[in-house]
Design a protein around this ligand. Sequence first.
Ligand code: UDP
Length: 245
Amino acid sequence: MRIDILGVGFDNLTSGQAVSWADGIIKSGGKSYIVTPNPEIVTIARRDESLRAILNSAGLVLPDGVGITIAARILGTPLCERIPGIDFASELLAGLSASSGSVFLLGAKPGVAEEAAKRLAQTYPELVVSGTADGYFQEDEPVIRMLNEARPDLLLVCLGAPKQEFWIAKNIEALDVRLCIGLGGALDVYAGAVKRAPAAFRKLGLEWLYRLAREPSRIKRMIKLPLFVMAAIMKRIRGIWQKGN
Ligand code: UDP
């Protein structure tokens, strides 16, 4: 059962359960995609019906930002865990490495995916990186051809949200790939170009604050967070008021 947060249904799973689900898709030779929306994306999806449909049609919808778990609590339907997309992907890559599975890295600026591949090979020695491509291509066709030659188990689509979600939804039918995940700036992190917040910040759900301190220009995007929380509060109040009438 999914938990509705302002129009987007989130899977209420532990990260272990989510990884098992993803493993199952890869091993059974199925095909699916996973999205990891944060409050910014849910805010866009509230106004954009097509994005909302894409998110809700995903095989798994994982709560990436702390704002999502806060909103879930405000709405009276708490989620059991916050699952940052990059942590989830790292667990999947570890599992793939153990079974010599393959991944394709798509996205970020030229050179970043290659550097990420080099570093991932050091962390996960048995992982097969079946290809890389930057995220600034003009046409989908050549990228799809490259992917279908590589036939990876897992495709990390890192074009930023919501571009990556639209790209996956448009192209998944044509792709010979088991599982796609939209992962935003994850390749920048895997390549070492962007540092993640220290563990203490992550534990406290303050990764966004660390990121803001390093990239103050993100304030324009983060300003949506209080509005998102306010929307959840208003929805809860309306729900309580309607019950009382
Ligand atoms: N990006 C891309 N193609 C584009 C636009 C962006 O590959 O047309 C990449 C960009 O280089 C960066 C990532 O998408 O690596 C977006 O990172 P950000 O941290 O903004 O992601 P989000 O906040 O959406 O997770």
